[in-house]
Design a protein around this ligand. Structure first.
Ligand code: SF4
Length: 275
């Protein structure tokens, strides 16, 4: 079975797929990846709902949309002594620093820190929002149903946890009740992620979900507008897609996630294999 067929099977999209550029009436310029004709036509006929992301378990859409954008308080100024120290850490030092970190209030309610998992020389890095309940218990990112979907998505690209992929979150501790992270928590934890990215130097970063995308890219732009474009973080290409927990519930955006992964694969292929 082809990777595409595997991916579609995983996502539960049993339909005939053809290149988007061949769909009648569609401009060739819009052709980015393969999209089901039936899906395309449905999208053309029906208004696309506003894109809203949520964590796992889901929070109310209205609540999510009303939250302040966490990047607003992330400073652009010169790094503090703490940030400079983190930026010079080895893997072992960074892991120890995260494990004992008390820089924000989330240290008081966490069970475990969730440092990240995978190949520390990976070409691919996936970045999500923050640990949920299961992740907090197990100390590993993306476990449970969303984690299974993520693993299957990776498999469709010929990837797996621990094999040329590193998976991390913006925040290393779980916000109580899976509430949205506060701007100050993002500001305190971001140096950890930045150091992880600097140590790995992946060929491509795939950002999962609205919150992680807006935090990493320091923008308030909706995820629907961040998708389909190659951004950069510290000189590394970044592709934005939806959070797997969201994809479990939204068939339409599963199709878009496939487009995003195709784009990420294209970026990776252009970058070439690590030497
Ligand atoms: S979320 Fe990050 S900054 Fe806050 S306590 Fe945990 S590791 Fe430290």
């Amino acid at each position: 079975m082809s990777r595409r067929a595997q991916f579609l099977e995983v996502l539960g999209i049993p339909t005939e797929w053809v290149p988007r550029r061949t769909a009648p009436g569609l401009p060739a310029a819009e052709a980015v990846a393969e999209v089901a004709v039936t899906q395309v036509l449905a999208e053309e006929l029906a208004p696309i709902p506003a894109v809203t992301e949520f964590a796992e378990p889901p929070v109310a859409v209205a609540e999510t949309a009303a939250r302040p954008v966490p990047v607003a308080l992330v400073p652009e100024s010169a790094p503090s002594d703490r940030e400079a120290a983190i930026a010079a850490m080895s893997w072992a030092e960074l892991e120890a620093a995260v494990s004992g970190c008390t820089a924000c209030g989330l240290c008081e309610t966490r069970t475990n820190t969730v440092f990240g998992v995978g190949d520390r020389e990976a070409d691919w890095m996936l970045v999500g929002e923050a640990p949920g309940e299961n992740e907090d218990k197990q100390g590993e990112p993306f476990v449970g149903q969303a984690g299974k979907l993520l693993d299957n998505m990776l498999a469709s690209l010929g990837l797996a946890r621990g094999r040329n992929v590193f998976i991390a979150n913006v925040l290393k501790c779980r916000p109580p009740g899976n509430r949205n992270p506060e701007p100050q928590e993002v500001a305190e934890c971001e140096p950890h992620l930045r150091r992880q990215i600097a140590l790995i130097r992946p060929k491509v970063i795939v950002v999962l979900g609205r919150f992680a995308a807006q935090s990493l890219l320091r923008t308030t732009t909706p995820i629907g507008k961040l998708r389909g474009t190659v951004h950069t973080y510290e000189g590394i290409p970044v592709v934005v897609t939806y959070h797997p927990a969201y994809l479990l519930r939204t068939l339409t955006d599963k199709v878009r996630a496939w487009e995003d992964l195709c784009l990420a694969r294209e970026v990776y292929d252009r970058a070439g294999a690590r030497t």
